[in-house]
Design a binder for this molecule. Structure first.
Ligand SMILES: Nc1ncnc2c1ncn2[C@@H]1O[C@H](COP(=O)(O)OP(=O)(O)OP(=O)(O)O)[C@@H](O)[C@H]1O
Ligand SMILES: [Mg+2]
Length: 469
């Protein structure tokens, strides 16, 4: 047995997150944990690493990894970064933005294998990159030059680098398109050194394919999972490729002649994007195709190389700071990295209050209030007084979305906001977005790798080969 969790109970001031949980992790086996957002999956993964977040307490039970107790300093010293490899849920914040990926991986290889030459280290890095489906040509880039999915795979390579006997992967494919996710998940099941793998994922198709055993966390208890229900795709309601124009429909956004290059690589050439009032448009495209670059350009965070932007038929600057200064329209970007986007010292209550105040300054009447907004996203009022580190990954993404919606932007651009949510919670969030766009008349642009989510949109656009159509 590589790791054993026995009768583990972990509590907060609100009650038990894990309630007498037992789990064995065996060499060469992939064990998956599924469960709704906030069910306690990450808490369990952290416990196997001997880590408890502030506000969490272990009140009973124990954990053993290769005969060591990860909750003791001695155990941690033996296990961390050697016996256990861990891919966290919000991986983008885990890379050092100032250093190239290769140099970060070399440091990790040096620490794990101090006696080896640089050539040996580089051979290990190449093998790990290969196992993680990370293109070795990207190793020389800085983290900011990688897409979310590429950053995720670079960290997966890092996790594999030391050939740990226990590999813990928390939502390892949340930023990946289905094909890439399939290739990456195939790798978990045939890692040549045959580690025990603990896989946390809301993607049941992936879990059913990759895992030998599947458990579900609900109400703090861990049980063998029941078979997953088949997805129910809804047909997309296609309109004209250019979106609704004329016909008396009000246009919220018109971007034309849009050309974007990143690091010398052309992503979009002379593209157009039009959004009608209250419209919901999904954008798809493989990992690295430029979806986030498009989103950031629209939201004034990184200007395109060329193009014109109109919001409510008035020309708008590409520079977000200039928009804010001149009282121009606000386009909100809800990014892939919730941990980085939220102020770690600010409570959810304060965040939402600032967003509401910003809407008020733009003359927008007050909406449903923070409690109702959180409730519509499946969050209880007790998160109001928490800081982001005391939320689960999916809860953090929903708080970031709530903050954006509370500010009532002309367009909310959601970048894989639903990627880390289980199906039930994702449906709830889609419903909340529908209600929001209907009451505000604002548009929703949602970047998603999931066909089931995209099928909910009024239109689906694909970014591929420098075109958006
Ligand atoms: N430090 C903390 N203080 C208080 N409550 C916490 C803390 N950390 C997590 N929680 C709560 O414990 C529950 C489990 O959180 P956990 O992160 O384990 O969920 P999860 O299953 O990983 O969810 P997700 O799928 O959204 O990542 C959540 O309700 C969360 O709000
Ligand atoms: Mg989690």
């Amino acid at each position: 047995m590589t790791a054993t969790v026995s009768s583990l109970t972990i509590t907060t001031s609100h009650g038990a997150v894990l309630d007498a949980v037992d789990l064995d992790l065996r060499p060469g086996e992939v064990t998956a944990i599924v469960g709704e957002s906030g069910a306690g999956k990450t808490t369990l993964a952290h416990a196997v690493l001997g880590h408890l977040g502030a506000g969490l307490r272990r009140t009973a039970g124990r954990v053993e990894v290769t005969g060591h107790d990860p909750f003791t300093p001695e155990g941690r010293a033996v296990l961390r970064g050697r016996v256990t490899g861990y891919l966290p849920q919000d991986p983008a914040s885990a890379l050092d933005p100032r250093r190239r990926v290769l140099s970060q991986l070399r440091t990790a290889a040096r620490i794990a294998h101090p006696g080896e030459s640089r050539r040996d280290h580089d051979a290990r890095i190449r093998a790990a990159a290969d196992a993680a489906d990370f293109d070795a040509a990207l190793l020389r880039r800085h983290p900011a030059q990688l897409s979310g999915g590429q950053a995720q795979r670079s960290l997966l390579a890092w996790t594999f680098l030391t050939r740990p006997r226990l590999v813990i992967l928390d939502e390892p494919t949340s930023g990946l398109d289905p094909d890439t996710a399939r290739r990456v998940s195939a790798a978990f099941t045939r890692l040549p050194w045959e580690p025990a793998v603990l896989l946390i994922s809301h993607d049941r198709a992936l879990v059913d394919r990759a895992a030998h055993r599947v458990f579900e966390l609900a109400g703090g208890r861990l049980q063998a999972a029941t078979a997953s229900p088949p997805p129910v795709p809804r047909p997309a309601r296609h309109r004209s490729p250019d979106g609704p124009t004329g016909d008396g429909e009000e246009r919220v956004l018109a971007a034309d002649g849009l050309t974007i290059r990143r690091g010398g690589v052309p992503l979009l050439r002379n593209a157009s994007l039009h959004l009608a009032a209250g419209e919901f448009v999904a954008v798809q495209g493989v990992s690295g195709s430029g979806k986030t670059s498009l989103a950031r350009a629209l939201c004034g965070l990184a200007p395109p190389d060329a193009g014109r932007l109109c919001v409510h038929d008035a020309p708008v600057s590409w520079d977000g700071a200039a928009r804010a200064r001149t009282g121009g329209p606000f386009l909100a970007y809800v990014g892939q990295d919730a941990r980085a986007a939220l102020n770690p010292y600010e409570t959810v209550r304060r965040m939402l209050a600032r967003a509401v105040a910003a809407a008020h300054r733009r003359g927008i009447p007050p909406g449903p209030g923070p409690k109702a907004l959180l409730d519509s996203l499946g969050l209880t009022a007790d998160v109001l007084d928490r800081t982001p580190d005391r939320l689960s990954g999916g809860q953090r993404h929903r708080v970031m979305l709530a903050r954006a919606l509370a500010a009532v932007p002309a367009v909310v651009v959601c970048d894989e906001t639903l990627a880390s949510l289980d199906r039930t919670t994702a449906r709830l969030v889609l419903g909340a977005l529908d209600a929001w766009r209907r009451t505000t008349g604002s548009a929703v642009l949602l970047i998603t790798h999931h066909d089931e989510v995209a099928a909910h949109a009024d239109r689906v656009l694909t970014l591929s080969g420098e075109r958006l159509e």
